[in-house]
Design a protein around this ligand. Structure first.
Ligand code: 4IP
Length: 148
């Protein structure tokens, strides 16, 4: 079983906000959220029983073309991407302490990894939100020491 954090939070879980990241949860909250995800979230099948922290459609550009993908940021951490038409897992952006995000504008953001930069577009214009959340996850798992 995956545990996000041993720290206990006094906050009761307010599941209203989808956007803000709450990695500090106790075991009970974690188990409840995972159970809920398992029964209600169609993307659960792709995330190896990890908890989805943020999900959303993006256009992932490679070469000339962009492909529409469901991007799933989960505990682990992982960044999975799924083809929503064929409902198949297409890949994963490899995580390490070297992973860095860079917002270009409200729609476009880059995820830099040692071997590749992923060009992503959030057509709804929440690129900054993606960057912030990925950064939070990065700091949670790897600390802030590698930040310039
Ligand atoms: C594909 O282009 C898709 O963009 C793939 O993305 C991508 O793989 C391929 O790059 C790229 O050639 P076409 O669909 O136009 O052929 P996806 O896997 O999301 O479908 P990744 O996963 O690596 O971005 P290569 O170099 O990985 O094959």
């Amino acid at each position: 079983k995956v545990k996000v954090n041993a720290e206990k939070s006094d906050k009761t879980s307010e599941s209203s906000q989808d956007k803000s990241l709450n990695l500090l949860m106790n075991d009970h909250e974690f188990i409840c959220k995972l159970a809920e995800q398992k029964s209600n979230n169609q993307w659960h099948q792709f995330v190896q029983n990890n908890l989805i922290l943020k999900e959303g459609f993006v256009n992932k550009r490679k070469g000339l073309f962009a492909r529409r993908r469901m991007l799933l940021l989960t505990t682990g951490p992982h960044l999975y991407y799924v083809d929503p038409f064929s409902m198949t897992l297409k890949g994963e952006i490899p995580w390490s302490n070297k992973l860095k995000v860079e917002p270009k504008n409200f729609k476009i953001f880059f995820v830099h990894t040692p071997n590749r930069t992923y060009y992503l577009e959030d057509p709804q214009g929440f690129a900054l939100d993606w960057c912030q959340t990925i950064d939070d996850v990065r700091n949670h798992y790897y600390g802030q020491s590698d930040n310039p």
